[in-house]
Design a protein. Structure first.
Length: 318
């Protein structure tokens, strides 16, 4: 079922969902299941699975030289989505990226999703590769998420690449896109970024999931600004419990987000990461309660693959 239908059917009740990352190549899927298992009692109607793009790895050739190879360290998003859907009877949302994929490869991936009964996809640009300063479109791929949304929407109309097919069977994907309450790192202003978000919605996006934020006022202002600019699809808040002290530097640096002073103070007082994790849980519970009271359609948690903190949060709310 579509994410938007889950929201409609909930009749104003806030839903619980979360995102998982695929295991590293060579690892078992069991650990992923071990992390999903305790969250199923909170009845997520859908679970997202992220995609990471290709990266360089350096292999020691033993003669003092290194061989540079390109590989995807966490492959298998669509397969994992199918496996989770089958095991738990829950909808899954594979993240689909521009970066690292040609339009042709994206089409194959979408056809696979359709055959597997996956009704939702999250359309994202992805980031630059680690050696690049700026994102560059992959050869034959998209530059912006709005173009990827356009490709998915075309498929929903039975229009495949190169117009080689007269399709009598159309996909019907519900399309999610990313939104940034504190603006995307590359955007010159929040207003311009909102214009870009509107382009994604006009291209066919059905809902938005936000980047993490730690001050709910940022989300509320963003939702209002989005509505004022004519964006009327559901905007799902993304919540990340802080888990380690290093997040104090890492999260602002990677995601260009601010942390509230009180939260920083509480984390700085902690002399180990177990205490930091507890502060992160308590902060996320307070954030979630306020978002629930304000009628957010879904509370969507970033798990980073470990679910004990999400479980502690959800047990207080759902
Ligand atoms: P876009 O919407 O394409 O925007 C990227 C930048 O380009 C923005 O600054 C925007 O303002 C600008 N822009 C857009 N259109 C135009 C235009 N026509 N002209 C000029 N500028 C334009 N990354 C992963 O690698 N894997 C994941 O699974 C993943 N999941 C995510 C889930 C969520 C909920 C979120 C919020 C992010 C996720 N990301 C993921 C990160 C995401 O890929 C990055 O934030 C990326 O840098 C931007 O992706 P986007 O889809 O927002 O890009």
């Amino acid at each position: 079922m579509k994410v938007t239908d889950h929201i409609k059917n909930a009749n104003g009740k806030t839903l619980f969902s979360f995102e998982m990352i695929p295991p590293k190549k060579g690892n078992n899927i069991q650990e992923l299941y071990n992390n999903i298992d305790p969250l199923m009692e909170f009845k997520p109607p859908f679970i997202d699975v992220t995609t990471s793009r290709e990266q360089y790895v350096y292999i020691d050739k033993g003669n003092g030289l290194l061989d540079r190879k390109i590989t995807r360290m966490r492959p298998g998003t669509v397969g994992i989505c199918a496996a989770i859907k089958h095991k738990y009877d829950v909808d899954t949302v594979p993240h689909v990226l521009c970066g690292g994929f040609s339009k042709e490869e994206t089409e194959y991936l979408l056809v696979d999703c359709h055959y597997l009964g996956i009704d939702n996809v999250m359309a994202l640009r992805g980031d630059a590769m680690s050696h690049q300063k700026y994102f560059e479109a992959t050869n034959g791929g998209h530059q912006y998420a709005s173009q990827l949304v356009g490709q998915i929407q075309n498929l929903n109309c039975g229009k495949y690449l190169h117009d080689v097919l007269e399709a009598d069977h159309k996909s019907d994907f519900c399309i999610g896109v990313a939104g940034y309450p504190e603006k995307h790192i590359e955007a010159p202003s929040l207003q311009t970024d909102l214009k870009r978000l509107k382009e994604k919605v006009e291209a066919g996006a059905d809902y938005v999931v936000t980047q993490m934020f730690f001050d709910n006022a940022k989300y509320f202002e963003f939702v209002k600004a989005a509505k004022d600019s004519g964006i009327h699809v559901p905007i799902i808040p993304g919540i990340k419990p802080i888990a380690v002290k290093r997040h104090l530097q890492l999260l602002p640096q990677v995601f260009k987000i601010d942390l509230p002073e009180i939260l920083i103070d509480e984390i700085e007082k902690c002399d180990n990461n177990a205490k930091v994790r507890q502060v992160g849980i308590e902060w996320a519970i307070q954030q979630s309660k306020e978002l629930l009271d304000a009628g957010a359609p879904v509370l969507h948690y970033y798990s980073m693959g470990k679910s004990d903190n999400i479980e502690a949060i959800a047990s207080k709310l759902f």
